[in-house]
Design a protein around this ligand. Structure first.
Ligand SMILES: [Zn+2]
Length: 412
């Protein structure tokens, strides 16, 4: 994940491709590092420890002998990577999820910020291999990268080196969110975000449409099922193919979710809006199994996660509201409808509204009543039914270009 919150610091991993092939000394370092990580994992499993410090204590001396050619700080960093793999492994076991013994397959290494130098002007990394041996990695720097390199409020964190690219972690203090001048309240659905934008006395409908996310998932689900059937006699092949399918699906969906989030945040940033979302954590599972499979999949939570961390980075306030009854409550008279609603919410008092918009109005009203949306007011009567602002639609995907930020940091 590109951004993690750690001690009030935000961290964003930015991917840089290398201008030339990785020097052979660095390639050897990656191999050595991977070996050290996998050895440390084995030591950790045997000794039942998962922290970097415990691993250092137990194994540093031996490892120093075995990996003589490695810079000491990189060795400590290998313990760190092994430690996090061990922690994930232990967490999965505790949760009752089958977890195979962790093993780092891909060539990688991680250097802590004091174990490398990056010249932010020229985009050249000085990476020590061992005493007296350093290599230079020249990065490909685009306009997008410049924004991070030139922003001196960002400090440098760890460096992850892969055979063809590096990931530099940029860190900054959590910015104070701005005081909102408007609000963007969004109901999160399987194929769209639907909601309202309120500014002054005016309220308009907004929409971000992402039907492909559900389509991609459905297609891959079907294909997986077919694969499982076809390769039923060969469980290993079947599993490998399914995993490959899963990774592909994952990337495509995640890429689209980033685009949707970017459009929402751009809108909110330009208009100084607070973003109001439902808190999805308490969602009860639905009974229908098929529906549940599609609904409970992670895209909606993932979309919220992306919106939240990007908003935090930019200082845009995000408010999370318990969605209970939000789709069944009448925002004008407060009645709760117990019968199942169709596409439109209708109330005895005469109020009727698109079901999703109605939910977003309720989210907004809850946020306002709890004083979580600044000094904003909202009158359902001010809603302009004839206006629809499009935040995102599938056609916009064709126009935008990947910017190289979707790199995944970590161990696979
Ligand atoms: Zn009513």
């Amino acid at each position: 994940m590109p951004v993690v919150v750690k001690e009030e610091m935000l961290v964003k991993g930015v991917v840089f491709y290398l201008a030339s092939d990785l020097p052979s000394e660095a390639k050897l370092l990656l191999e050595d590092f991977r070996l050290a990580v996998n050895n440390a994992i084995r030591v950790g499993l045997q000794a039942r420890v998962t922290s970097r410090n415990a691993l250092v204590k137990i194994a540093y001396k031996d490892f120093r002998e075995q990996h003589r050619r490695m810079y000491a700080q990189h060795l400590v960093s290998a313990f760190e990577v092994a430690g996090s793999a061990l922690k994930n492994h232990r967490r999965r076991i505790r949760k009752g999820v089958t977890s195979r013994i962790p093993f780092v397959k891909r060539l990688m290494m991680k250097a802590e910020n004091q174990a490398y130098k990056l010249d932010r002007k020229s985009g050249v990394i000085d990476l020590p291999i061992r005493a007296g041996c350093h290599v230079e990695l020249r990065l490909v720097v685009s306009q997008y990268h410049r924004e991070y390199l030139d922003d001196m409020s960002l400090s440098l964190g760890s460096l992850t080196v892969l055979p063809d690219r590096v990931i530099v972690a940029f860190r900054k203090d959590v910015p104070k969110p701005f005081a909102p001048e408007s609000a963007l309240s969004l109901d999160t659905n399987e194929r769209s975000l639907d909601g309202i934008f309120v500014e002054g006395d005016v309220a308009k409908a907004v929409k971000a449409d992402f039907p492909e996310v559900a389509i991609i998932q459905q297609r891959h689900h079907d294909r997986r099922k077919r694969l499982q059937k076809k390769k039923a006699h060969d469980r290993r092949t079947s599993r490998t193919l399914c995993r490959r399918e899963g990774a592909r699906e994952h990337h495509r969906v995640e890429y689209r979710l980033h685009q949707v989030a970017n459009s929402v945040l751009k809108f909110a940033e330009e208009r100084k809006s607070a973003i109001i979302l439902e808190d999805l954590r308490g969602m009860r599972p639905k009974r229908n199994k098929e529906l549940n499979r599609r609904l409970s999949k992670w895209p909606r939570r993932k979309l919220h996660q992306i919106i939240e961390y990007k908003a935090q980075w930019k200082g845009i306030p995000v408010v999370k509201i318990d969605p209970r009854n939000s789709s069944r409550t009448c925002p004008t008279c407060g009645r709760i409808q117990h019968s199942r609603m169709g596409a439109e919410f209708a109330c005895e008092c005469g109020w009727h509204m698109d079901r999703h918009l109605n939910a977003s109005i309720n989210l907004l009203q809850t946020a306002i009543s709890k004083g979580m949306a600044g000094g904003l007011r909202f009158d359902p009567g001010a809603f302009q039914h004839d206006v629809m602002m499009i935040l995102y639609e599938p056609a916009m995907a064709a126009r935008s270009e990947p910017n190289g930020t979707s790199g995944v940091v970590g161990v696979t």
